[in-house]
Design a protein around this ligand. Structure first.
Ligand code: SF4
Ligand code: SF4
Length: 196
């Protein structure tokens, strides 16, 4: 029986917990599939996003934590706009990622995705000498990622094409030149909030 067809008997404690942390009414999802229909990452996900919601309803925590679906969600919010029940699935996906990290249960196959997120956040602080604070510097980010993962020659064709189309400039944008230090302050505030 597929996940979606399995009957739910009341709200599970896992569902209650994720609802509380994501501020989304997961139980109200009736699997109309409109969210998955517009999801740009659906092709690469091992479960449709609404299947993850159903697993949460069923309390299938291990299955949810093992899925690559939350890690591939890019937070575009297409699902939120399309949902007739107002469920923002991206917030559910973010919550799952945070819970997986907090419980130290990230499958080894997802480590590089977590690493990419961390490098992305670091890159937003800017790079020594060349700067780039506040806006993604694609070339710098990819260079760091490849250095950390040892995947030096993977996706070279894609990289060349992106550079040719101006999607990966050689120098960072330096969008916050006149407001230097703003992003560092935001990171500092987030850190303080986490400690409290
Ligand atoms: S669009 Fe909303 S109600 Fe429909 S399957 Fe997706 S989350 Fe559930
Ligand atoms: S926010 Fe995530 S789950 Fe929703 S449509 Fe975008 S990529 Fe898919």
């Amino acid at each position: 029986m597929s996940t979606v067809n399995q009957p739910v008997k009341g709200k599970t404690s896992f569902c209650r917990e994720i609802e509380e942390k994501s501020h989304q009414n997961i139980q109200s999802c009736y699997h109309c599939m409109k969210c998955a229909g517009g999801c740009p990452m659906n092709f690469a996900m091992d479960h449709n996003n609404y299947e993850i919601l159903r697993m949460i309803q069923l309390g299938e925590k291990d299955k949810v934590y093992k899925s690559n679906t939350p890690w591939l969600c890019v937070g575009c919010k297409t699902c939120a706009v399309r949902c007739p029940n107002g469920i923002d699935t991206s917030k559910v996906m973010d919550t799952i990622k945070m819970e997986t990290i907090a419980e130290d249960k990230i499958p080894a196959s997802h480590y590089n995705i977590k690493l990419f997120y961390e490098l992305f956040l670091d890159s937003m602080k800017g790079f020594p000498v060349i700067g780039g604070e506040g806006r993604n510097y694609e070339l710098g980010l990819m260079g760091l990622y490849k250095l950390c993962t040892g995947t030096y020659f993977a996706d070279m064709d894609l990289g060349k094409e992106m550079t040719k189309r101006g999607k990966m400039p050689f120098l960072p944008h330096n969008a916050l030149k006149r407001r230097k230090g703003e992003i560092k302050k935001i990171f500092q505030r987030a850190k303080e909030k986490k400690v409290r």
